[in-house]
Design a binder for this molecule. Structure first.
Ligand code: ZN
Length: 333
């Protein structure tokens, strides 16, 4: 029973102490270039007396940058006298993946967001998941995990929460999504829930919010600014941070079924016929794939499986069979 083994990760900061404390989650990792080495995951804990605990993370996927940038900034600037309660900030949750600028860890090639609940006696990524599962999530009331499209996807900026069985938990998550104030707010459907951090947090009864803030493996002034404001808004709306909400207009969108997702069955150059924010009808051409192996061959057309608005798309210029092409969502009045 691996869950009876204590986590090998130790925190250099006291998670319960008042004040602002910067340190590391130290994960022992013996390897060729460092026999007695550790993976040093930066963490900040800001606490001021009683109140709720917010757990903020970035780089669950290492090629998504808005979260890490906004969270290093928040960790540097947030003062204990501004808050009631506790804010735990881990800007680089899958730290080895952030170091290499890749979605997955280059140590064990694991996707942290498919690894929950993890194992204390597993690989490096499994040990990180287990520490969040058994140490940090139980301390928390509100969990915000910042994502973006990464190198292979681009999204219109949105903040999302899931439909969950507990309706008061769900209502609180949607309230915080609205407070985050991204241009779009989403009632999220997942393609594959096995091993998600989202599910791990929600199953423990935590209020979970997941922004998807841009993409392409970079960040813009607008996307980082939006993330910084959204995170402060969530802290204010949960009664942790003093101040007034910088309310932003948001358009609610719904992803009701798997027809929202379209995938490629061919390889080649992808020529989009629609862009983010465009509206499509079922059967419209959303993209054409041109083979790069010869001239004189027509493109394969990719048709929309439903009507709605283009919320996300494949980012690189080349596409392969099985790649995600577009995400089409419904606007809600
Ligand atoms: Zn992600």
């Amino acid at each position: 029973m691996s869950n009876l083994i204590p986590s090998p990760i130790t925190s250099t900061v006291d998670l319960d102490a008042d004040g602002s404390h910067h340190g590391f989650l130290k994960l022992p990792y013996s390897r060729d270039d460092s026999a007695w080495g550790f993976v040093m995951i930066p963490i900040t804990v800001v606490r001021n007396g009683a109140g709720p605990t917010a757990l903020f993370t970035g780089a669950n996927h290492g090629d998504e940058y808005e979260g890490p940038i906004a969270l290093f900034d928040l960790a540097y600037s947030l003062q204990p006298n501004e808050i009631s309660g506790r804010v735990i900030i881990v800007p680089g949750m899958n730290y080895p993946a952030l170091q290499s600028g890749t979605r997955t860890s280059q140590i064990d090639l694991r996707n942290l967001n498919r690894t929950f609940p993890g194992r204390p006696d597993g690989t490096v990524t499994e040990k990180i998941a287990d520490y969040f599962q058994r140490v940090l999530l139980p301390l928390s009331d509100i969990v915000v995990d910042c994502h973006a499209g990464g190198k292979t996807m681009e999204f219109l900026p949105f903040s999302a929460a899931h439909i969950v069985p507990d309706k008061s938990q769900e209502a609180e998550a949607f309230r915080l999504v609205e407070a985050f104030g991204a241009p779009y707010s989403v009632k999220m459907l997942e393609i594959d829930t096995v091993g998600l951090y989202d599910t791990a947090a929600e199953d423990l009864g935590k209020v979970f919010v997941s922004p998807e803030l841009g993409g392409g493996g970079t960040a813009t002034a607008a996307s980082v600014g939006r993330t910084k404001r959204g995170l402060r808004n969530v802290l204010i709306a949960s009664g942790i941070l003093k101040g007034t909400l910088e309310k932003q207009p948001t358009q609610w969108v719904d992803m009701p079924d798997q027809d929202c997702f379209t995938f490629a069955e061919d390889a080649g150059l992808i020529e989009f016929s629609v862009d983010l924010g465009d509206h499509v009808a079922k059967g419209d051409i959303v993209a054409r794939i041109w083979s790069i192996s010869r001239t004189g061959v027509g493109p394969v057309r990719i048709l929309s499986r439903r009507s709605g608005m283009v919320l996300g798309r494949h980012f690189p210029g080349l596409v392969k069979p099985g790649d995600f092409v577009v995400l089409i969502a419904d606007l809600i009045d």
